[in-house]
Design a protein around this ligand. Structure first.
Ligand SMILES: Nc1ncnc2c1ncn2[C@@H]1O[C@H](COP(=O)(O)OP(=O)(O)O)[C@@H](O)[C@H]1O
Ligand SMILES: [Mg+2]
Length: 225
């Protein structure tokens, strides 16, 4: 059975996809068969008559084996809004059990499955459930991506606390430098390290464009499948 990781973050647009791709490369360079999953994507384009999401396409392209798009991204919605609203607009409801089934199929095809969440930790998926419920039901170790920018200490502390309150296992967090020059970057990282027992797995420096070798610079201290 494969080892999975659930990648969440402090917000949308803070480096979850970037981190998921780097994690996939990290395990691939260890010789593992890795697949990516983006269970819910709001904000999709029609490609050849099918809804396709940029994150999911990137995860599909990075996967070690050919996987059908529908397995990687079972819920794809056109509108780039909160998933529960995007689903409702299409007359659909996100069912976590369907995501679990797709995950089990992926798990059978790989050594490692990297699951990218949607938005932040408590983004609603339907009227009753949010991303935290999905993570809880998939029961995977969690990796929190902290987008390093003003406000991130508050967002990160809220996210860490919410994960701890549910008693879920967090493997650690990634400092994701999405701004070219963040004031007091190191002091922000040190503040978060002091706040939480969750280990800092890596700091991803700001790069003008994704360097496909950048994962090699990363020292992930504790992460082992
Ligand atoms: N280390 C980095 N350096 C520079 N730009 C980054 C970095 N990480 C992410 N980005 C950029 O920030 C934006 C959001 O990143 P992304 O991984 O798509 O976030 P999310 O998946 O959380 O929405 C993208 O345009 C991405 O290219
Ligand atoms: Mg993303």
């Amino acid at each position: 059975m494969a080892q999975g990781y659930f990648v969440t973050g402090t917000d949308t647009g803070i480096g979850k996809t970037w981190t998921s791709l780097a994690l996939m490369q990290y395990f691939q360079q260890q010789g593992k068969k890795v697949v990516g999953m983006k269970p819910v994507a709001a904000g999709c384009e029609m490609v050849g008559g099918q809804l396709r999401n940029e994150d999911a396409l990137q995860l599909q392209a990075q996967s070690s084996v050919d996987i059908s798009y529908e397995l990687i991204n079972p819920y794809a919605f056109p509108l780039p809004v909160s998933p529960h609203i995007a689903a409702r607009k299409e007359g659909k409801k996100i069912d976590i059990a369907n995501i679990q089934q797709a995950y089990l199929k992926l798990e059978a095809l790989a050594d490692v499955v990297i699951v990218e969440g949607v938005g932040g930790w408590m983004v609603p998926l339907n009227e009753k459930e949010d991303v935290s419920h999905l993570a809880e039901q998939l029961n995977l170790p969690i990796i929190v991506v902290v987008g390093m920018r003003l406000g991130c200490i508050n967002q990160a502390k809220l996210t860490f606390s919410a994960i701890e309150r549910l008693g879920l296992h967090c493997e650690g967090w990634i400092a994701s430098c999405v701004e070219r020059n963040m004031d007091e970057l190191d002091a922000n990282i040190k503040t978060l390290e002091a706040f939480s027992d969750m280990p800092l797995l890596a700091t991803f420096p700001y790069e003008e464009e994704r360097n496909h070798k950048s994962y090699k610079k990363i020292v992930i201290k504790t992460l082992q499948p």
